[in-house]
Design a protein around this ligand. Structure first.
Ligand SMILES: [Fe+2]
Length: 293
């Protein structure tokens, strides 16, 4: 896994007059840093960022003047497109608290894509870092680029994956839930590239709130367990995984159609506060395979 380690070169050209520098990260994504201390994030054109997010799948914006409070982040993200509105509103305050939703816990969180149990699959996730856990103490957000996983798979493996449909069932006790029957391999709604839709079964020895039931349709359990374990090792493979070590005021944009994500466990009481907004696709992508539990 890698932190923000820019690669030496980037093929991305910056629009004239925009005070920033773009560098590739490893194994994917770009980091955009401000070249003027007082530069505001609003000086970076959103259409350019959106195109870049679709090409590179993940953008970190660092060193810009702080976006500030919840309503300012809400306003910035609203300029990106149609926000997903949940029962809590548009901005999810991600910090430790007692909840039926494991996203607020500090322990194991299965890798997943956002919206898998919602009415719509958002195209982008946008995060703001309010407080960051110290380096080396867990709490990094992990992103897997599934197009890289697919590119590294041999033809025989890919043939198996193309035949697999996974059934996910989560009780509707948090702000989401239902039964989802999802083919393992899909295609990106905008670019058409092959993508994976995968959420890992929680190991028996791990605790997780609202533990989903995850099975493979028409595959014997022993065989399914082998395929699940192989897929788990591939999505966490450092060649496909970017681990983001948060810094205060980071803004991160992730392509939720191509990437899967989770976060590392961290110690209870560690300062970690992120804000998250989801932006709908254009047009919004309905989660048509989700049914009520
Ligand atoms: Fe998520």
């Amino acid at each position: 896994m890698t932190d923000v380690v820019p690669a030496p070169t980037a093929a991305v050209s910056v629009p004239a007059g925009v005070p920033c520098l773009v560098k590739d990260m490893l194994p994917f994504g770009v980091v955009i840093t401000s070249t003027r201390p007082d530069a505001a994030i609003t000086e970076v054109p959103i259409p350019w960022l959106r195109t870049l997010a679709r090409e590179c799948h993940l953008i970190v914006l660092r060193g810009f003047a702080t976006v500030g409070a919840t309503d300012e982040f809400d306003a910035y993200t609203r300029a990106w497109g149609t926000q997903v509105v949940w029962d809590f509103g548009t901005v999810l305050e991600l910090r430790e608290k007692a909840s039926d939703d494991p996203v607020f816990d500090t322990g194991f969180l299965p890798i997943h894509w956002d919206g898998m149990y919602g009415a719509y699959i958002p195209e982008f996730q946008m995060f703001q870092c309010v407080s960051a856990p110290p380096a080396g103490e867990g709490g990094r957000t992990l992103f897997c680029d599934t197009s890289l996983v697919l590119a590294d798979a041999d033809a025989e493996t890919r043939k198996v994956w193309d035949s697999v449909t996974i059934r996910y069932q989560a009780s509707r006790i948090a702000h989401y839930g239902g039964v989802l029957r999802e083919p393992l391999v899909g295609s990106h709604p905008v670019t058409g590239i092959p993508i994976l839709r995968f959420s890992e079964p929680t190991p028996e020895d791990r605790q997780v709130a609202n533990r989903p039931v995850i099975t493979m349709e028409d595959v014997a359990p022993d065989r399914a367990a082998v395929i699940f374990e192989d897929m788990r090792s591939r999505v966490y493979d450092p060649r496909h995984l970017y681990a983001h070590q948060w810094a205060v005021d980071d803004i991160l944009i992730a392509d939720n159609f191509t990437l899967l994500h989770t976060r590392e466990p961290y110690l209870s009481g560690t300062p970690r506060h992120l804000r998250r907004v989801q932006i709908q696709g254009e047009p919004p992508l309905a989660n048509c395979r989700l049914t009520a539990a």
